[in-house]
Design a protein around this ligand. Structure first.
Ligand SMILES: Nc1ncnc2c1ncn2[C@@H]1O[C@H](COP(=O)(O)OP(=O)(O)OP(=O)(O)O)[C@@H](O)[C@H]1O
Length: 442
């Protein structure tokens, strides 16, 4: 079943009260600049709700837009377009004193407590700072509040006059958390809150965050690249790729049975607890494309192991098809950089040897596979165009001839379980086989 943008990512039951509601949110960097570069589409149209009291995990590879999304939700960044509602108030375009006033409601805990704490301020001053900035109650009430916060995060009153450098990493993160809690926010963005800490300290900080959540009725967006941290703490998880949410649903169900090919690939990279367990590893090809120049169609199309082929090529041998996609990958990379096609091919194919021209590259890519005549014609045309100095023409020729729906059409969100989980993939339509970690071809 597909959904309208309004229904996207709802995974909601009747008594879940929505605290943060996000619709079609975009944050493009450089969109307002007159420089010729394309904008960086860090967040490129996301819609979801965060329910009061829940922890929504946000995962995805480096650079996919997690921090930008977190910062935009609490208006440390101004959205390029779309809507953010907080407790039913539209905060998308708040500015000036209205924004300052609203900011009390939502705070951020940063990855690296060292860089977010001013070393010249005492711990007490650091925690009191947001109270001073917002002119919160009287001076003695602020001091009292700081003492209360120190205790809440597992530090003691005696720490008031010490400096951050006198503390361990875990204690400094406790200071960061106390500072974020000073103004009694309802919502916290936790941006990699434990990834800079020793493993032995991580569990203590995660437990503190969980206890604070239930004591203070907090709602969290938890950004983490460590999937086990998210699995441990999050009620639901959103999986992000190249500025889009690919899948969003209840944590345990999503980890047990990922629906989207990107989630399947991401999770299959985690070592199994049981090394003898049968599971097929999916190796993600290459790096994600640049968010300045994302692919048309599905954002994951350039790396998807279960990308849909055009009907007439469905019976082509998997190895042949993989080689065709490899050639496309080389041409695509050539189109977005100034590097020579030989250099790119060497890098993408992981070769030490020198490949000097397109003939040698083709030989390397297709060596050992039996190319059927209709595909051979396409490869000849590519060689011809590249030799004539037109790699872009070769790229668009191949896209036209062997591209499928994933290359040209934007997917929709489909509800994929009875708990409202949603997934962004063409394969959820009845026309195609559903995505499956072991599926290689139609
Ligand atoms: N202020 C900025 N100006 C221009 N581009 C930016 C800015 N901040 C982030 N970006 C770009 O936006 C994209 C998303 O970055 P972001 O930091 O949100 O990703 P991330 O998923 O949090 O990555 P990581 O896990 O490495 O922190 C990246 O390509 C990044 O280079």
């Amino acid at each position: 079943m597909n959904t309208t943008p309004e229904q996207e990512h709802q995974a909601t039951t009747a008594d879940d009260e929505v605290l943060v509601s996000v619709r079609n949110l975009r944050k493009h960097y450089g969109a307002d600049s007159f420089l010729s570069d394309d904008p960086v589409k860090a967040v490129d149209g996301v819609s979801f709700d965060i329910h009061r009291g829940e922890t929504l995990g946000l995962v995805g590879e480096s650079g996919c837009g997690k921090t930008t999304l977190g910062r935009t939700l609490i208006r440390l960044e101004t959205p390029t377009s779309g809507e953010i509602r907080f407790d039913d108030t539209d905060i998308t375009t708040l500015s000036g004193s209205d924004l300052k006033q609203w900011r009390r409601n939502a705070q951020m805990v940063f990855q690296d407590p060292d860089s977010s704490l001013n070393e010249r301020m005492t711990v007490g001053e650091l925690i009191r700072d947001p109270l001073d900035v917002h002119d919160w109650k009287t001076k003695s009430e602020r001091d009292e509040r700081v003492r209360e916060l120190l205790e809440k995060v597992g530090l003691s009153e005696n720490h008031y006059f010490r400096y951050p450098h006198q503390f361990s990493g875990g204690q400094r993160q406790r200071i960061g958390i106390a500072r974020a809690l000073a103004l009694e926010p309802e919502f916290l963005v936790l941006d990699e809150p434990v990834s800079a800490l020793d493993v032995s300290v991580q569990a203590k900080i995660l437990n503190l965050l969980r206890d604070l959540q239930s004591d203070l009725d907090l709602t969290y967006l938890l950004i983490a690249h460590d999937l086990s941290v998210v699995r441990h703490l999050a009620d639901r998880v959103a999986v992000m790729y190249l500025g889009h949410i690919m899948e969003l649903g209840e944590t345990e169900r999503l980890f047990e049975n990922p629906a989207n090919p990107y989630t399947q690939s991401l999770l299959s990279a985690i070592p199994e607890a049981d090394p003898y367990a049968e599971s097929e590893r999916i190796t993600l090809r290459g790096a994600p494309p640049s968010p300045r120049n994302p692919p048309e169609g599905c954002p994951f199309s350039t790396r998807c192991p279960t990308k849909i082929r055009p009907e007439k090529y469905r019976s082509v041998d998997d190895d042949v098809w993989r080689a065709m996609e490899e050639l496309r990958g080389i041409l695509r990379e050539r189109a977005r950089t100034d590097r020579s096609i030989a250099m790119i091919a060497r890098e993408l194919l992981g070769l030490e040897t020198r490949l000097s021209d397109i003939d040698e590259i083709v030989e390397e890519v297709f060596g050992g596979v039996d190319l059927p005549p209709e595909l051979s014609t396409h490869v000849d045309r590519v060689v011809h165009e590249v030799t004539d100095g037109n790699p872009e023409a070769a790229q668009s020729y191949l896209k036209r001839e062997i591209g499928g729906p994933c290359d040209t059409d934007t997917p929709e969100y489909y509800t994929v379980d009875d708990d409202g989980r949603s997934s962004y993939c063409h394969r959820h339509t009845a026309e195609y086989d559903p995505p499956s970690p072991t599926l290689r071809s139609e």
